[in-house]
Design a binder for this molecule. Structure first.
Ligand code: CDP
Length: 227
């Protein structure tokens, strides 16, 4: 009988709100791995750029920001559904970073080659230590192409918009389903058509369509692959 080793590097990619964070977090917790959501880094750079009133079309200034900004990720200090605290300077930006302004602009920032290079270098350094579930758009294709297990989590835009809508309402905030759907389709379009590291499944990724699966079922499917 051949003995197989469980994966030590898991790459988890997919479009907006496909359930990557929920799945990734649960996998990491179960396996005792680090959960690393790379979207946080692109969101943090975008948040700071907007906060400083920078011109987002200024690629060289935004790239310089990505190379220099200090993003702290710490264990959650508040039990409000967050997986971690995201702190920039002294400020907790965990939820502000998930707001409409960042959503609407993050794909412009993440399309810049210099921004991607600065952030993916850090992601790769951390990922290669192993025992990690890394979540993003280009983990299996660019950041960790030799990952032991690559999952591409997909779902229809309607289902994903519904999930994002429910998440926002559960946080006690206002939301509009049609707006979310429209903006999500546009963000996916920008993410998958950019020249550098576009959103797409790696050739050796296992594609899971979660339209008709709940979070628990997706988790079970992936755990089977890990075993
Ligand atoms: O949570 P959600 O799926 O809505 O987005 P996210 O994972 O937080 O990512 C926000 C944005 O960051 C994406 O729309 C991409 O533009 C960018 N991103 C990326 O380009 N590459 C990654 N590895 C992760 C995120």
């Amino acid at each position: 009988m051949t003995k197989t080793t469980p994966p030590s590097i898991i790459a988890l990619d997919g479009p907006a709100a496909s359930g990557k964070s929920t799945l990734g977090h649960k996998l990491a917790e179960t396996l005792g791995f680090l959960f690393f959501d790379t979207g946080i880094m692109y969101r943090a750079v975008t948040y700071v750029a907007l906060h400083r009133d920078m011109d987002l079309r200024d690629e060289s200034a935004i790239t310089h920001l990505a190379q220099s900004v200090q993003i702290d990720i710490c264990p959650p200090s508040v039990k409000d559904g967050r997986a971690c605290d995201v702190v920039i300077g002294e400020k907790d930006v965990t939820w502000e970073m998930r707001g409409g302004d960042v959503d609407a602009n993050v794909s412009v920032v993440s399309a810049y080659a210099g921004v991607r290079q600065a952030l993916s270098e850090q992601q790769r350094r951390i990922g290669l230590r192993g025992k990690v579930v890394m979540v993003g758009r280009d983990i299996g294709t660019v950041v960790l192409p030799d990952a032991d297990l690559k999952i591409y989590l997909d779902a229809s835009a309607e289902e994903r918009a519904k999930r994002r809508y429910d998440e926002i309402i559960a946080r006690g905030e206002q939301s509009n389903y049609d707006e979310i759907l429209k903006k999500m389709i546009e963000r996916d379009r920008l993410d998958s058509t950019r020249a550098v590291a576009p959103l797409r499944p790696a050739d050796d990724a296992i594609i899971i369509d979660s339209d008709k699966l709940d979070a628990g079922q997706v988790f079970e499917q992936v755990m089977k692959l890990c075993r």
